[in-house]
Design a protein around this ligand. Structure first.
Ligand code: ADP
Ligand code: TYD
Length: 207
């Protein structure tokens, strides 16, 4: 893919990804970079419409297989309309979640479907971030933070605390699978301290 820099944030629900994405975008803009801050599911008009189908409603609204298709449909639109054009003009793209979320949520925790997830990713997406920050934190505290937002987008939070524990294990396993790309960041600290660990890694990736 043509060359800006593609950074992603991953982690369990409520771990502080959106907060850290914003702080990193501000810091890189202050340093003079063009930054496109985006998120999944969503990040383009069509993908934001698909997002509503995924994050609202009953936990059993979709099977894991259907979720894989919907997340990939949203991701393809996001890639075509937002990520690729930004990277082509040399911008830094920061995405709050990307394909690693599908690997962990649908590939390992909702169901044991990693092969399906990987096959579809290779066929339809075929792009990996340059660097991924996985925010690792206590699932109980993260779930409380997430639900306190009252966002009406709690379909995945509603799977419960045990689900969040299994997600934490899934993200730790993923970090070990891609040690060069993924950095595991301790999210059990004030936001500024978490951000202070991330910025040097992002600047290193830019250099
Ligand atoms: P995510 O995007 O991972 O769901 P958010 O960044 O939206 O997480 O954070 C979830 C909630 O927790 C928000 O209300 C946010 O203000 C708060 N929050 C984020 N980071 C921290 C932190 N390091 N310490 C305490 N609260 C935080
Ligand atoms: P998000 O808005 O990032 O939720 P949160 O702020 O609670 O972390 O993402 C919505 C939900 O979608 C989140 O619970 C994780 C889930 N998700 C998947 O299950 N698979 C995916 O591929 C993606 C991108 C998200």
């Amino acid at each position: 893919m043509a060359r800006g820099l593609f950074l992603t944030f991953e982690g369990i629900d409520g771990s502080g990804k959106s907060t850290q994405s914003r702080l990193l975008a501000d810091a890189l803009r202050d340093a003079g970079h063009e930054v496109v801050l985006t998120r999944e599911p969503g990040g383009s008009k069509g993908a934001e419409e698909i997002r509503k189908l995924l994050v609202e409603g009953d936990t059993n609204r979709w099977s894991p297989e259907t979720e894989i298709l919907l997340f990939n449909a949203a991701r393809r639109d996001h890639l075509e309309r937002t990520i690729r054009p930004a990277l082509d003009r040399g911008a830094v793209v920061i995405s709050d979640r990307f394909a690693d979320s599908t690997r962990v949520y649908q590939g390992a925790v909702r169901a044991d479907l990693r092969q399906t997830v990987d096959a579809l990713h290779d066929l339809i997406i075929g792009v990996e971030p340059d660097r991924t920050f996985i925010i690792d934190m206590d699932p109980e505290a993260a779930l409380k933070r997430g639900l306190a937002r009252n966002s009406g987008e709690d379909r995945f939070e509603d799977f419960g605390l045990d689900f969040q524990h299994r997600l934490q294990t899934g993200f730790r396993t993923l970090a070990a699978e891609y040690p060069d790309r993924c950095a595991l960041i301790d999210g059990n600290r004030p936001p500024e301290q978490v951000a202070a660990d991330i910025l040097p890694l992002a600047l290193q990736a830019l250099a």
